[in-house]
Ligand binder design. Structure first.
Ligand code: C5P
Length: 400
Protein backbone atom coordinates (compact mmCIF):
# COMPACT_ATOMS: atom_id res chain seq x y z
CA UNK A 1 0.00 0.00 0.00
CA UNK A 2 2.99 2.32 0.49
CA UNK A 3 4.55 1.76 -2.93
CA UNK A 4 5.22 5.07 -4.66
CA UNK A 5 3.68 7.12 -1.85
CA UNK A 6 5.32 10.42 -0.93
CA UNK A 7 5.79 10.58 2.81
CA UNK A 8 7.23 13.39 4.89
CA UNK A 9 8.88 11.97 7.99
CA UNK A 10 9.06 14.69 10.64
CA UNK A 11 11.52 14.04 13.46
CA UNK A 12 11.61 16.10 16.63
CA UNK A 13 14.00 16.30 19.56
CA UNK A 14 13.23 13.38 21.84
CA UNK A 15 15.19 10.27 22.72
CA UNK A 16 12.83 8.19 20.56
CA UNK A 17 14.31 9.98 17.53
CA UNK A 18 16.64 6.99 17.15
CA UNK A 19 13.59 4.89 16.24
CA UNK A 20 12.85 7.23 13.33
CA UNK A 21 15.75 5.58 11.49
CA UNK A 22 13.97 2.23 11.67
CA UNK A 23 10.69 3.84 10.58
CA UNK A 24 12.43 5.48 7.60
CA UNK A 25 13.92 2.11 6.65
CA UNK A 26 10.55 0.33 6.87
CA UNK A 27 8.79 2.96 4.76
CA UNK A 28 11.52 2.95 2.10
CA UNK A 29 11.55 -0.86 2.05
CA UNK A 30 7.78 -0.81 1.47
CA UNK A 31 8.35 1.32 -1.63
CA UNK A 32 7.62 4.82 -0.28
CA UNK A 33 9.59 7.96 -1.12
CA UNK A 34 10.51 9.46 2.23
CA UNK A 35 11.54 13.07 2.79
CA UNK A 36 12.94 13.63 6.30
CA UNK A 37 12.44 16.98 8.01
CA UNK A 38 14.19 17.34 11.35
CA UNK A 39 13.77 20.04 13.95
CA UNK A 40 17.08 21.58 15.09
CA UNK A 41 16.97 19.69 18.39
CA UNK A 42 16.23 16.36 16.66
CA UNK A 43 19.74 16.62 15.15
CA UNK A 44 21.16 16.39 18.68
CA UNK A 45 19.62 12.94 19.04
CA UNK A 46 20.28 11.35 15.64
CA UNK A 47 22.49 12.51 12.80
CA UNK A 48 20.98 13.77 9.56
CA UNK A 49 23.52 11.56 7.77
CA UNK A 50 21.70 8.46 9.06
CA UNK A 51 18.35 9.68 7.76
CA UNK A 52 19.66 10.94 4.43
CA UNK A 53 21.49 7.65 3.83
CA UNK A 54 18.40 5.58 4.64
CA UNK A 55 16.01 7.67 2.56
CA UNK A 56 18.30 8.79 -0.24
CA UNK A 57 17.12 12.37 0.29
CA UNK A 58 18.88 15.31 1.92
CA UNK A 59 17.46 16.05 5.34
CA UNK A 60 15.72 19.42 5.63
CA UNK A 61 15.90 21.37 8.86
CA UNK A 62 16.26 25.04 8.00
CA UNK A 63 14.26 27.29 5.69
CA UNK A 64 17.54 27.98 3.84
CA UNK A 65 20.68 25.92 3.30
CA UNK A 66 23.28 28.29 4.78
CA UNK A 67 26.18 27.79 2.34
CA UNK A 68 24.18 27.64 -0.92
CA UNK A 69 21.36 30.02 0.03
CA UNK A 70 18.89 27.46 -1.34
CA UNK A 71 15.33 28.02 -0.08
CA UNK A 72 13.26 25.00 0.90
CA UNK A 73 9.64 25.50 -0.01
CA UNK A 74 7.34 24.25 2.72
CA UNK A 75 4.43 24.86 0.34
CA UNK A 76 5.89 22.58 -2.36
CA UNK A 77 6.68 19.94 0.26
CA UNK A 78 3.16 20.16 1.65
CA UNK A 79 1.72 19.63 -1.83
CA UNK A 80 4.18 16.84 -2.68
CA UNK A 81 3.26 14.68 0.30
CA UNK A 82 0.59 11.96 0.28
CA UNK A 83 1.01 11.72 4.06
CA UNK A 84 3.07 13.33 6.78
CA UNK A 85 4.12 11.42 9.86
CA UNK A 86 5.80 13.08 12.82
CA UNK A 87 7.62 10.46 14.85
CA UNK A 88 8.60 11.12 17.50
CA UNK A 89 6.37 14.12 18.21
CA UNK A 90 7.51 15.89 21.36
CA UNK A 91 5.18 17.82 23.69
CA UNK A 92 6.77 21.01 22.35
CA UNK A 93 6.13 20.24 18.68
CA UNK A 94 2.58 19.07 19.43
CA UNK A 95 1.95 22.37 21.23
CA UNK A 96 3.39 24.35 18.31
CA UNK A 97 1.25 22.40 15.86
CA UNK A 98 -1.87 22.96 17.98
CA UNK A 99 -1.23 26.71 18.08
CA UNK A 100 0.30 27.19 14.62
CA UNK A 101 3.68 28.37 15.93
CA UNK A 102 5.50 28.00 12.61
CA UNK A 103 9.02 28.83 13.77
CA UNK A 104 10.70 25.85 12.15
CA UNK A 105 10.55 23.98 8.88
CA UNK A 106 8.63 21.06 10.35
CA UNK A 107 5.69 23.01 11.79
CA UNK A 108 5.63 25.33 8.79
CA UNK A 109 5.35 22.33 6.46
CA UNK A 110 2.64 20.87 8.73
CA UNK A 111 0.59 24.04 8.25
CA UNK A 112 1.05 23.86 4.48
CA UNK A 113 0.30 20.16 4.13
CA UNK A 114 -3.00 19.21 2.52
CA UNK A 115 -2.41 15.52 3.11
CA UNK A 116 -3.37 13.54 6.20
CA UNK A 117 -1.01 14.04 9.12
CA UNK A 118 -0.07 11.41 11.68
CA UNK A 119 1.74 12.15 14.93
CA UNK A 120 3.34 9.58 17.22
CA UNK A 121 3.90 11.36 20.54
CA UNK A 122 6.82 10.42 22.74
CA UNK A 123 7.49 11.95 26.14
CA UNK A 124 7.74 11.22 29.83
CA UNK A 125 4.61 9.95 31.52
CA UNK A 126 3.92 13.14 33.48
CA UNK A 127 4.30 15.27 30.39
CA UNK A 128 1.86 12.99 28.55
CA UNK A 129 -0.60 13.12 31.46
CA UNK A 130 -0.35 16.91 31.82
CA UNK A 131 -3.63 18.72 31.07
CA UNK A 132 -1.80 21.03 28.64
CA UNK A 133 -0.71 18.05 26.54
CA UNK A 134 -4.21 16.58 26.74
CA UNK A 135 -5.63 19.90 25.53
CA UNK A 136 -3.17 20.08 22.64
CA UNK A 137 -3.85 16.47 21.64
CA UNK A 138 -7.61 17.14 21.70
CA UNK A 139 -7.12 20.27 19.56
CA UNK A 140 -4.98 18.39 17.04
CA UNK A 141 -7.51 15.55 16.83
CA UNK A 142 -10.18 18.17 16.24
CA UNK A 143 -8.02 19.54 13.40
CA UNK A 144 -7.93 16.08 11.85
CA UNK A 145 -4.45 14.94 12.96
CA UNK A 146 -4.34 11.18 13.54
CA UNK A 147 -2.63 10.60 16.86
CA UNK A 148 -0.80 7.29 17.09
CA UNK A 149 -1.13 6.81 20.83
CA UNK A 150 2.07 6.22 22.80
CA UNK A 151 2.50 2.86 24.48
CA UNK A 152 3.05 2.18 28.18
CA UNK A 153 6.34 0.77 29.41
CA UNK A 154 9.75 1.77 30.67
CA UNK A 155 10.67 5.30 29.64
CA UNK A 156 14.06 6.96 29.06
CA UNK A 157 13.70 8.54 32.50
CA UNK A 158 13.54 4.99 33.94
CA UNK A 159 10.04 5.73 35.12
CA UNK A 160 7.32 3.39 33.92
CA UNK A 161 4.09 4.58 32.33
CA UNK A 162 2.48 5.83 29.14
CA UNK A 163 4.67 7.91 26.86
CA UNK A 164 6.84 5.54 24.77
CA UNK A 165 6.60 6.21 21.08
CA UNK A 166 4.73 3.43 19.35
CA UNK A 167 7.03 0.92 17.63
CA UNK A 168 8.08 1.80 14.04
CA UNK A 169 6.43 -1.40 12.71
CA UNK A 170 3.08 -0.28 14.10
CA UNK A 171 3.49 3.27 12.77
CA UNK A 172 4.31 1.91 9.30
CA UNK A 173 1.31 -0.43 9.55
CA UNK A 174 -0.95 2.52 10.50
CA UNK A 175 0.17 4.37 7.38
CA UNK A 176 -0.33 1.30 5.18
CA UNK A 177 -3.78 0.85 6.72
CA UNK A 178 -4.60 4.48 5.95
CA UNK A 179 -3.71 4.05 2.27
CA UNK A 180 -5.68 0.80 2.13
CA UNK A 181 -8.74 2.51 3.63
CA UNK A 182 -8.29 5.38 1.19
CA UNK A 183 -9.73 3.12 -1.48
CA UNK A 184 -12.13 1.14 0.69
CA UNK A 185 -15.20 3.10 -0.39
CA UNK A 186 -14.06 4.18 -3.84
CA UNK A 187 -16.83 3.86 -6.39
CA UNK A 188 -19.44 4.14 -3.63
CA UNK A 189 -21.83 7.03 -3.21
CA UNK A 190 -22.84 7.79 0.37
CA UNK A 191 -25.69 10.03 1.45
CA UNK A 192 -25.30 11.61 4.90
CA UNK A 193 -27.75 13.82 6.75
CA UNK A 194 -26.46 16.18 9.42
CA UNK A 195 -27.43 18.97 11.79
CA UNK A 196 -30.81 20.12 13.02
CA UNK A 197 -33.82 21.14 11.01
CA UNK A 198 -35.51 24.49 11.52
CA UNK A 199 -39.28 24.51 11.27
CA UNK A 200 -40.36 28.06 10.57
CA UNK A 201 -43.08 29.70 12.66
CA UNK A 202 -42.79 33.03 10.87
CA UNK A 203 -39.97 34.65 8.85
CA UNK A 204 -37.80 35.14 11.97
CA UNK A 205 -38.72 32.34 14.36
CA UNK A 206 -38.38 28.61 14.22
CA UNK A 207 -38.60 25.37 16.17
CA UNK A 208 -35.15 23.81 16.29
CA UNK A 209 -32.77 21.80 18.43
CA UNK A 210 -29.17 21.89 19.68
CA UNK A 211 -27.63 19.61 17.02
CA UNK A 212 -24.30 21.11 15.83
CA UNK A 213 -23.83 18.81 12.81
CA UNK A 214 -20.35 17.78 14.03
CA UNK A 215 -21.04 14.02 13.97
CA UNK A 216 -22.52 14.10 10.45
CA UNK A 217 -19.66 16.25 9.13
CA UNK A 218 -17.11 13.89 10.73
CA UNK A 219 -18.83 10.98 8.99
CA UNK A 220 -18.74 12.82 5.69
CA UNK A 221 -14.99 13.53 6.07
CA UNK A 222 -14.31 9.91 7.03
CA UNK A 223 -16.25 8.46 4.09
CA UNK A 224 -14.55 10.90 1.70
CA UNK A 225 -11.13 9.99 3.14
CA UNK A 226 -11.94 6.37 2.33
CA UNK A 227 -12.64 7.21 -1.27
CA UNK A 228 -16.43 7.62 -1.31
CA UNK A 229 -18.35 10.25 -3.19
CA UNK A 230 -20.38 11.94 -0.44
CA UNK A 231 -23.57 13.96 -0.59
CA UNK A 232 -23.98 15.79 2.69
CA UNK A 233 -27.53 17.03 3.19
CA UNK A 234 -27.30 19.37 6.12
CA UNK A 235 -29.63 21.52 8.14
CA UNK A 236 -28.47 24.98 9.28
CA UNK A 237 -25.03 24.58 10.91
CA UNK A 238 -21.91 26.70 11.30
CA UNK A 239 -19.52 24.09 9.88
CA UNK A 240 -17.42 23.78 6.73
CA UNK A 241 -16.32 20.61 4.99
CA UNK A 242 -12.80 20.30 3.60
CA UNK A 243 -12.92 17.50 1.06
CA UNK A 244 -13.64 18.03 -2.60
CA UNK A 245 -15.29 14.59 -2.54
CA UNK A 246 -18.11 16.07 -0.40
CA UNK A 247 -21.00 17.76 -2.18
CA UNK A 248 -23.01 19.77 0.31
CA UNK A 249 -26.74 20.35 -0.02
CA UNK A 250 -28.06 22.94 2.44
CA UNK A 251 -31.64 22.59 3.62
CA UNK A 252 -33.70 24.18 6.36
CA UNK A 253 -36.74 22.08 7.23
CA UNK A 254 -37.48 18.37 7.55
CA UNK A 255 -39.60 18.49 4.40
CA UNK A 256 -36.71 20.10 2.45
CA UNK A 257 -34.36 17.46 3.85
CA UNK A 258 -36.66 14.63 2.79
CA UNK A 259 -36.98 16.04 -0.73
CA UNK A 260 -33.18 16.35 -1.08
CA UNK A 261 -32.62 12.86 0.35
CA UNK A 262 -35.19 11.17 -1.87
CA UNK A 263 -33.54 12.71 -4.92
CA UNK A 264 -29.99 11.76 -3.90
CA UNK A 265 -30.85 8.29 -2.54
CA UNK A 266 -31.68 6.95 -6.01
CA UNK A 267 -28.06 6.31 -7.03
CA UNK A 268 -26.55 5.89 -3.55
CA UNK A 269 -25.03 2.73 -2.13
CA UNK A 270 -25.51 3.75 1.47
CA UNK A 271 -27.14 6.39 3.63
CA UNK A 272 -26.13 7.47 7.13
CA UNK A 273 -28.90 9.45 8.77
CA UNK A 274 -27.34 11.50 11.47
CA UNK A 275 -29.57 14.60 11.37
CA UNK A 276 -31.67 15.56 14.38
CA UNK A 277 -34.88 16.04 12.43
CA UNK A 278 -37.70 17.93 14.13
CA UNK A 279 -40.64 15.63 14.77
CA UNK A 280 -43.23 18.38 14.25
CA UNK A 281 -43.60 21.60 12.29
CA UNK A 282 -46.08 24.43 12.57
CA UNK A 283 -49.11 23.65 10.44
CA UNK A 284 -48.89 27.11 8.89
CA UNK A 285 -45.94 29.43 8.54
CA UNK A 286 -47.00 33.05 9.02
CA UNK A 287 -45.95 35.24 6.08
CA UNK A 288 -45.20 38.17 8.36
CA UNK A 289 -43.58 38.37 11.79
CA UNK A 290 -46.17 37.50 14.44
CA UNK A 291 -46.95 40.46 16.71
CA UNK A 292 -47.60 40.07 20.42
CA UNK A 293 -49.87 43.15 20.68
CA UNK A 294 -53.41 42.19 21.57
CA UNK A 295 -52.41 38.57 22.27
CA UNK A 296 -52.05 37.13 25.75
CA UNK A 297 -51.66 33.62 24.40
CA UNK A 298 -50.62 32.15 21.12
CA UNK A 299 -51.59 28.66 20.01
CA UNK A 300 -49.25 26.93 17.61
CA UNK A 301 -50.75 23.91 15.94
CA UNK A 302 -48.06 21.41 15.03
CA UNK A 303 -48.24 18.60 12.50
CA UNK A 304 -46.02 15.53 12.18
CA UNK A 305 -42.95 15.73 9.99
CA UNK A 306 -42.11 12.88 7.63
CA UNK A 307 -39.67 10.30 8.97
CA UNK A 308 -36.79 10.46 6.47
CA UNK A 309 -35.12 7.29 7.74
CA UNK A 310 -38.35 5.29 7.54
CA UNK A 311 -39.18 6.69 4.08
CA UNK A 312 -35.76 5.68 2.72
CA UNK A 313 -35.94 2.41 4.67
CA UNK A 314 -39.18 1.49 2.90
CA UNK A 315 -37.49 1.63 -0.50
CA UNK A 316 -33.89 0.85 0.33
CA UNK A 317 -33.51 -2.39 -1.68
CA UNK A 318 -29.95 -3.60 -1.17
CA UNK A 319 -28.63 -0.21 -0.06
CA UNK A 320 -27.17 0.02 3.43
CA UNK A 321 -29.01 2.24 5.86
CA UNK A 322 -27.49 3.49 9.12
CA UNK A 323 -29.49 5.49 11.64
CA UNK A 324 -28.77 7.16 14.94
CA UNK A 325 -30.65 7.01 18.21
CA UNK A 326 -30.11 9.61 20.90
CA UNK A 327 -31.93 8.37 23.95
CA UNK A 328 -32.38 9.37 27.55
CA UNK A 329 -33.86 6.08 28.78
CA UNK A 330 -34.52 2.46 27.71
CA UNK A 331 -31.70 3.02 25.23
CA UNK A 332 -31.36 -0.55 23.96
CA UNK A 333 -35.04 -1.32 23.51
CA UNK A 334 -35.58 1.96 21.70
CA UNK A 335 -32.59 1.42 19.40
CA UNK A 336 -33.70 -2.09 18.47
CA UNK A 337 -37.26 -0.91 17.87
CA UNK A 338 -35.96 1.80 15.52
CA UNK A 339 -33.90 -0.70 13.53
CA UNK A 340 -37.12 -2.63 12.91
CA UNK A 341 -39.54 0.26 12.38
CA UNK A 342 -37.26 2.17 10.00
CA UNK A 343 -35.81 -0.91 8.25
CA UNK A 344 -32.23 0.05 9.18
CA UNK A 345 -29.19 -2.21 8.83
CA UNK A 346 -27.30 -0.51 11.64
CA UNK A 347 -28.06 1.95 14.39
CA UNK A 348 -25.63 4.08 16.38
CA UNK A 349 -26.84 4.56 19.90
CA UNK A 350 -25.73 7.41 22.10
CA UNK A 351 -27.19 8.28 25.41
CA UNK A 352 -27.81 11.77 26.72
CA UNK A 353 -26.86 10.31 30.10
CA UNK A 354 -23.21 10.09 28.97
CA UNK A 355 -21.36 13.36 29.66
CA UNK A 356 -19.05 12.70 26.64
CA UNK A 357 -21.96 12.29 24.22
CA UNK A 358 -24.56 14.60 22.81
CA UNK A 359 -25.20 17.87 21.05
CA UNK A 360 -22.35 20.26 20.34
CA UNK A 361 -19.65 18.10 21.98
CA UNK A 362 -16.42 17.20 20.18
CA UNK A 363 -16.58 13.67 21.57
CA UNK A 364 -19.15 10.93 21.44
CA UNK A 365 -19.62 7.59 23.17
CA UNK A 366 -21.56 5.11 21.13
CA UNK A 367 -22.80 1.55 20.91
CA UNK A 368 -23.25 0.23 17.39
CA UNK A 369 -25.98 -2.37 16.85
CA UNK A 370 -26.91 -4.27 13.69
CA UNK A 371 -30.17 -5.73 12.42
CA UNK A 372 -28.45 -9.12 12.49
CA UNK A 373 -27.80 -8.87 16.23
CA UNK A 374 -24.19 -7.61 16.34
CA UNK A 375 -23.38 -5.15 19.07
CA UNK A 376 -20.22 -3.28 20.04
CA UNK A 377 -19.79 -0.61 22.70
CA UNK A 378 -16.95 1.90 22.27
CA UNK A 379 -15.29 4.24 24.79
CA UNK A 380 -15.61 8.02 24.44
CA UNK A 381 -13.66 9.23 21.39
CA UNK A 382 -13.44 12.25 19.12
CA UNK A 383 -16.30 12.40 16.63
CA UNK A 384 -13.89 11.67 13.76
CA UNK A 385 -12.72 8.51 15.54
CA UNK A 386 -16.34 7.52 16.18
CA UNK A 387 -16.99 8.02 12.47
CA UNK A 388 -14.12 5.63 11.71
CA UNK A 389 -15.53 3.06 14.14
CA UNK A 390 -18.94 3.28 12.47
CA UNK A 391 -17.50 2.74 8.98
CA UNK A 392 -15.24 -0.05 10.27
CA UNK A 393 -18.28 -1.77 11.84
CA UNK A 394 -20.33 -1.54 8.67
CA UNK A 395 -17.61 -2.43 6.15
CA UNK A 396 -15.01 -4.24 8.24
CA UNK A 397 -11.58 -2.89 9.04
CA UNK A 398 -9.63 -2.08 5.90
CA UNK A 399 -11.50 -4.54 3.70
CA UNK A 400 -11.94 -3.47 0.10
O1 C5P B 1 -37.15 8.23 15.85
P1 C5P B 1 -35.90 8.99 16.10
O2 C5P B 1 -36.01 10.45 15.78
O3 C5P B 1 -35.28 8.80 17.43
O4 C5P B 1 -34.89 8.33 15.07
C1 C5P B 1 -33.60 8.76 14.92
C2 C5P B 1 -33.08 8.36 13.56
O5 C5P B 1 -34.05 8.60 12.54
C3 C5P B 1 -31.90 9.20 13.16
O6 C5P B 1 -31.10 8.41 12.29
C4 C5P B 1 -32.55 10.37 12.45
O7 C5P B 1 -31.66 11.02 11.56
C5 C5P B 1 -33.68 9.69 11.72
N1 C5P B 1 -34.88 10.53 11.55
C6 C5P B 1 -35.26 10.92 10.28
N2 C5P B 1 -36.40 11.65 10.09
C7 C5P B 1 -37.16 11.99 11.15
C8 C5P B 1 -36.79 11.61 12.44
C9 C5P B 1 -35.65 10.89 12.60
O8 C5P B 1 -34.54 10.60 9.32
N3 C5P B 1 -38.25 12.71 10.95
Amino acid sequence: MLKGKHIILGITGGIAAYKAAMLARLLVKAGAEVQPIMTPSAREFITPLTLSTLTGKPVITEFFTANTGEWHSHVDLGLWADAMVIAPATACTLAKMACGVADNMLVTTYLSARCPVFAAPAMDLDMWAHPTTARNIAALKGDGVAIIEPAAGELASHLTGKGRMEEPEKIAATLADYFRKGTQLSGKKVLITAGPTHEMIDPVRFIGNYSSGKMGFALAEECAARGAEVVLVTGPVALKSNSDRIRRVDVVSACDMLAACEKEFEDCDMAILCAAVADYRPEVKADKKLKREGREELDLRLVRNPDIAATLGAKKGDRLLVGFALETDSEHENALRKIKNKNLDWIVLNSLRDPEAGFGKDTNKVTILSASGKEEAFPAKSKREVAADIIDSVFGKGIN
